[in-house]
Design a binder for this molecule. Sequence first.
Ligand code: ZN
Length: 136
Amino acid sequence: MRALRVKTQRAEELIDITAQVERAVRELGLRDGAVMLYVPHTTAGITINENADPSVKEDLRDVLAKLVPRDLNYKHLEGNAHAHVRSSLVGHSALVPVEDGQLKLGTWQGVLFCEFDGPRERTVWVVPLPSSTLAA
Ligand code: ZN
Protein backbone atom coordinates (compact mmCIF):
# COMPACT_ATOMS: atom_id res chain seq x y z
CA MET A 1 0.00 0.00 0.00
CA ARG A 2 1.06 3.59 -0.62
CA ALA A 3 -0.17 6.74 1.09
CA LEU A 4 -0.50 9.81 -1.15
CA ARG A 5 -0.37 13.23 0.45
CA VAL A 6 -2.74 15.82 -0.95
CA LYS A 7 -2.33 19.38 0.27
CA THR A 8 -5.55 21.24 -0.45
CA GLN A 9 -5.57 25.02 -0.85
CA ARG A 10 -9.22 25.97 -0.48
CA ALA A 11 -12.25 25.20 1.68
CA GLU A 12 -13.86 23.36 -1.22
CA GLU A 13 -12.10 22.08 -4.29
CA LEU A 14 -11.67 19.07 -6.54
CA ILE A 15 -8.06 18.21 -7.36
CA ASP A 16 -6.86 15.98 -10.18
CA ILE A 17 -4.57 13.39 -8.55
CA THR A 18 -4.31 11.04 -11.56
CA ALA A 19 -0.54 11.59 -12.02
CA GLN A 20 0.14 10.86 -8.33
CA VAL A 21 -1.91 7.66 -8.50
CA GLU A 22 -0.06 6.57 -11.66
CA ARG A 23 3.26 7.16 -9.90
CA ALA A 24 2.12 5.13 -6.89
CA VAL A 25 1.05 2.25 -9.16
CA ARG A 26 4.53 2.29 -10.75
CA GLU A 27 6.23 2.36 -7.33
CA LEU A 28 4.06 -0.54 -6.17
CA GLY A 29 5.15 -2.53 -9.23
CA LEU A 30 1.55 -3.44 -10.01
CA ARG A 31 1.24 -4.76 -13.58
CA ASP A 32 -2.29 -6.12 -13.90
CA GLY A 33 -5.32 -6.06 -11.66
CA ALA A 34 -6.83 -3.02 -10.03
CA VAL A 35 -6.03 -0.36 -7.54
CA MET A 36 -8.34 0.67 -4.75
CA LEU A 37 -8.13 4.32 -3.78
CA TYR A 38 -9.39 5.04 -0.29
CA VAL A 39 -9.86 8.39 1.46
CA PRO A 40 -9.66 8.01 5.28
CA HIS A 41 -11.43 11.28 6.05
CA THR A 42 -15.00 12.24 6.94
CA THR A 43 -15.08 15.59 5.14
CA ALA A 44 -13.41 14.66 1.86
CA GLY A 45 -14.02 12.11 -0.86
CA ILE A 46 -12.91 10.75 -4.20
CA THR A 47 -14.53 10.41 -7.59
CA ILE A 48 -13.68 9.81 -11.22
CA ASN A 49 -14.75 12.29 -13.84
CA GLU A 50 -13.50 14.48 -16.67
CA ASN A 51 -10.08 16.04 -16.18
CA ALA A 52 -9.63 17.51 -19.67
CA ASP A 53 -11.84 20.55 -19.11
CA PRO A 54 -11.13 21.96 -15.63
CA SER A 55 -14.58 23.59 -15.51
CA VAL A 56 -16.14 20.14 -14.93
CA LYS A 57 -14.41 20.03 -11.53
CA GLU A 58 -15.80 23.48 -10.72
CA ASP A 59 -19.31 22.47 -11.83
CA LEU A 60 -19.23 19.39 -9.60
CA ARG A 61 -18.04 21.48 -6.66
CA ASP A 62 -20.70 24.15 -7.28
CA VAL A 63 -23.60 21.70 -7.71
CA LEU A 64 -22.62 19.84 -4.52
CA ALA A 65 -22.55 23.20 -2.73
CA LYS A 66 -26.08 23.96 -3.96
CA LEU A 67 -27.39 20.48 -3.10
CA VAL A 68 -25.84 20.59 0.37
CA PRO A 69 -25.61 24.22 1.52
CA ARG A 70 -23.44 25.35 4.44
CA ASP A 71 -26.30 26.97 6.32
CA LEU A 72 -28.96 24.29 6.83
CA ASN A 73 -30.19 23.66 10.36
CA TYR A 74 -27.61 20.94 11.03
CA LYS A 75 -27.37 19.13 14.38
CA HIS A 76 -23.60 18.58 14.08
CA LEU A 77 -22.20 21.78 15.57
CA GLU A 78 -18.58 21.80 14.41
CA GLY A 79 -19.54 24.03 11.49
CA ASN A 80 -18.64 21.42 8.91
CA ALA A 81 -21.83 19.34 8.72
CA HIS A 82 -22.18 20.24 5.04
CA ALA A 83 -18.72 18.76 4.41
CA HIS A 84 -19.67 15.47 6.11
CA VAL A 85 -22.81 15.17 3.98
CA ARG A 86 -21.02 16.02 0.71
CA SER A 87 -18.31 13.51 1.61
CA SER A 88 -20.87 10.72 1.92
CA LEU A 89 -22.58 11.72 -1.32
CA VAL A 90 -19.30 11.51 -3.25
CA GLY A 91 -17.99 8.42 -1.46
CA HIS A 92 -14.64 7.42 0.02
CA SER A 93 -13.25 4.95 -2.46
CA ALA A 94 -12.69 4.35 -6.14
CA LEU A 95 -11.62 1.19 -7.92
CA VAL A 96 -9.57 1.57 -11.10
CA PRO A 97 -8.43 -1.27 -13.37
CA VAL A 98 -4.70 -1.53 -14.09
CA GLU A 99 -3.32 -3.10 -17.28
CA ASP A 100 0.37 -3.32 -18.21
CA GLY A 101 1.19 -1.04 -15.30
CA GLN A 102 -1.17 1.72 -16.51
CA LEU A 103 -4.41 2.97 -15.03
CA LYS A 104 -7.15 1.87 -17.39
CA LEU A 105 -9.17 5.08 -17.37
CA GLY A 106 -11.39 6.33 -20.17
CA THR A 107 -9.95 8.97 -22.51
CA TRP A 108 -11.44 11.88 -20.58
CA GLN A 109 -11.36 10.39 -17.11
CA GLY A 110 -9.19 11.43 -14.22
CA VAL A 111 -9.11 10.69 -10.49
CA LEU A 112 -10.45 13.65 -8.54
CA PHE A 113 -9.81 14.20 -4.85
CA CYS A 114 -12.74 16.11 -3.33
CA GLU A 115 -12.01 18.55 -0.51
CA PHE A 116 -15.05 19.85 1.37
CA ASP A 117 -13.49 21.26 4.56
CA GLY A 118 -10.07 22.56 3.66
CA PRO A 119 -7.49 23.67 3.38
CA ARG A 120 -5.89 20.63 4.96
CA GLU A 121 -3.19 18.04 4.50
CA ARG A 122 -5.02 14.94 3.29
CA THR A 123 -4.19 11.30 2.63
CA VAL A 124 -5.28 8.85 -0.07
CA TRP A 125 -4.42 5.18 0.40
CA VAL A 126 -3.50 3.35 -2.79
CA VAL A 127 -4.12 -0.38 -2.32
CA PRO A 128 -2.84 -2.71 -5.07
CA LEU A 129 -5.09 -5.61 -6.03
CA PRO A 130 -2.97 -7.82 -8.32
CA SER A 131 -5.02 -9.93 -10.73
CA SER A 132 -3.61 -13.13 -9.21
CA THR A 133 -5.54 -12.37 -6.01
CA LEU A 134 -8.71 -11.69 -7.97
CA ALA A 135 -8.70 -14.78 -10.18
CA ALA A 136 -10.35 -17.98 -9.04
ZN1 ZN B 1 -17.43 17.60 11.88
